[in-house]
Write a protein of this length. Structure first.
Length: 313
């Protein structure tokens, strides 16, 4: 089958997109630059998002004490034996990576771009932490480097965002995307399926809402109850009050979500796996690539692909 993304895979995957765009292997290297979050320090709120423990997704080499350059060099050393010709994107991942003085941010981003082999930035942040001066700086950087901003959307439902103590509404996401795209900056979005209070129909409705945003990339993964998070503590105290996604149900959910998703959106991921010692539930016992394989098999069985049921609105 000829899909609009130019290969037979049933969704528009990120690795293939990067190979097409850069003409070779490009690897994201995560950085923990020691940021905090306005939802933790009292600016927007305190305690952070109920689901959040940043220790669940950063690689072992990401320690802010190491510095930006050292983290990138360590990451490069990790991948260079397998991919000696690879180039790299510096991924500012942990917490809110635009939440600081502009001069300080420019220095950190500049350190990353000075590392040999780094061809661009991916900056993870909240939609309510993007001052115009910073966006103008990103637009200027984009003339020489690849620069994209990854927004923590998490849900398109305001009631859910309030329930998980996100500290912003969905309108903030829409505004941030519009301001980024006005400067021709590509935008990524991050979404969690299975947040408290959302049923299957509401989760699928996220796809319809996301389709209306002028985004380039999307990350989707299952809600994970993890130690060190407020939600994790609540789950341990009263697990009967929370719904844990079953593996088979999640695979079908992802298939239906993809079928609704706009086909030009590049899908970076649809699964996540917190470290075993931090993960409370769901404990599926699968690596990410194994879950990806299950989704691809289910898509084939159900004769589905990304965008099959998409209708422009």
């Amino acid at each position: 089958m000829n899909h609009p993304w130019g290969h037979a895979r049933p969704y528009n995957d990120f690795a293939s997109y990067l190979r097409r765009y850069f003409g070779g292997r490009v690897q994201k290297l995560s950085i923990n630059a020691g940021f905090t979050c306005p939802n933790r320090d009292g600016s927007k709120g305190s305690g952070g998002c109920t689901f959040c423990n940043n220790e669940t997704f950063k690689p072992a080499y990401c320690e802010p004490a190491s510095g930006v350059r050292e983290q990138l060099e360590t990451g490069k050393a990790f991948f260079s034996s397998r991919y000696p010709e690879a180039r790299y994107l510096a991924y500012f991942q942990a917490y809110t990576n635009t939440y600081a003085d502009l001069a300080y941010l420019k220095d950190l981003y500049g350190q990353a771009l000075e590392v040999e082999g780094v061809v661009g930035l991916v900056v993870g942040t909240r939609p309510d932490c993007l001052p115009d001066a910073l966006l103008d700086y990103f637009a200027d950087l984009q003339k020489a480097y690849y620069v994209t901003v990854e927004l923590g959307v998490e849900s398109t439902n305001d009631a859910t965002l309030k329930r998980v103590n996100r500290g912003h509404d969905y309108a903030s996401t829409c505004d941030a995307v519009a301001r980024l795209r006005a400067r021709n900056l590509p935008v990524g979005a991050h979404l969690i399926l299975g947040l408290p209070g959302e049923d299957r129909d509401q989760m699928l409705a996220h796809a319809t809402a996301i389709n209306r945003l002028d985004i380039s990339y999307l990350k989707v993964h299952q809600l994970q109850y993890v130690k060190g998070s407020q939600l994790g503590r609540q789950f341990m105290a009263r697990p009967q009050d929370f719904e844990v996604l079953k593996l088979d149900d999640y695979v079908d959910l992802v298939c239906d979500f993809l079928a609704l998703l706009r086909p030009d959106i590049v899908l970076e991921r649809f699964a996540s796996q917190a470290p075993h010692d931090l993960l409370l539930a769901p404990r599926w016992g699968l690596k990410n690539f194994e879950l990806v394989r299950l989704v691809e098999q289910r898509l084939a069985e159900r004769k589905l692909w990304q965008g099959k049921h998409y209708t422009a609105s």
